[in-house]
Design a protein around this ligand. Structure first.
Ligand SMILES: [Zn+2]
Length: 62
């Protein structure tokens, strides 16, 4: 099954560009949560939470 949902920011819900490749090139950041699910952050949220991402804090903490 290749049911890949369009990326959407998990913090603000902004829908991302179609396709993971397009999103990455547009400045979106992909992460894997503790369950191994791929999640996305829009450029604004990625920048805002850059410290948290670098510290690898759990998403629950935000
Ligand atoms: Zn966002």
């Amino acid at each position: 099954m290749t049911d890949t949902p369009a990326p959407a920011c998990r913090l603000c819900g902004t829908p991302g560009p179609a396709g993971p490749g397009a999103a990455a090139m547009a400045g979106w950041v992909t992460e894997r949560d503790a369950r191994g699910r791929e999640t996305w952050l829009c450029p604004d949220c990625a920048r805002r939470h850059a410290r948290d991402i670098e510290a690898r804090l759990d998403a629950e903490w935000w």
